[in-house]
Design a protein around this ligand. Structure first.
Ligand SMILES: [Zn+2]
Ligand SMILES: [Zn+2]
Length: 139
């Protein structure tokens, strides 16, 4: 087990792999419901406005986007300038990588797994607590 600093409240806690403490995870789950319901009703694609009207921190909304629990659905298929691929810096709508880069990463990971490890332990990669996702609507 590791002691790490929570990326939201900066308190040290004992991590089982994540970078967010249990108290913040609980808050993020509540914030997720708030934001998701707000998006269903209002269809805004402006994160600043969503953050202002729901009083959910923008940092939390971006975290939910990176986890793939929220998706920005912008007309050009990009992320509206909020979220960028960690490899090529292209604007994306959800997650950490664009489709092209995640394709490259998973194909190189496949090679690593088959040459260095037994290809059996891939079941715990999706992480706990993901209960569906919501789209931040177009227009
Ligand atoms: Zn925390
Ligand atoms: Zn990319």
């Amino acid at each position: 087990m590791n002691i790490v600093q929570c990326q939201f409240c900066k308190k040290p806690f004992t991590s089982l792999g994540g970078r967010v403490c249990p108290a913040c995870l609980e808050q993020i789950d509540k914030d997720f419901i708030t934001v998701r319901d707000y998006i269903y009703e209002h269809k805004h694609s402006n994160i600043d406005l969503i953050a202002e009207e729901t009083e959910v921190k923008k940092q939390v909304i971006l975290h939910l986007l990176k986890e793939g629990r929220l998706i920005i659905d912008s007309p050009d298929g990009g992320g509206g300038g909020y979220l960028f691929c960690e490899m090529c810096k292209k604007s994306i709508s959800t997650g950490r990588l664009c489709k092209e880069c995640s394709g490259k990463v998973s194909s190189s990971m496949d090679k690593n797994i088959s040459s260095h490890k037994h290809p059996t332990s891939s079941s715990d990669s999706s992480g706990p607590g993901i209960k569906g996702s919501a789209k931040i609507g177009g227009k």
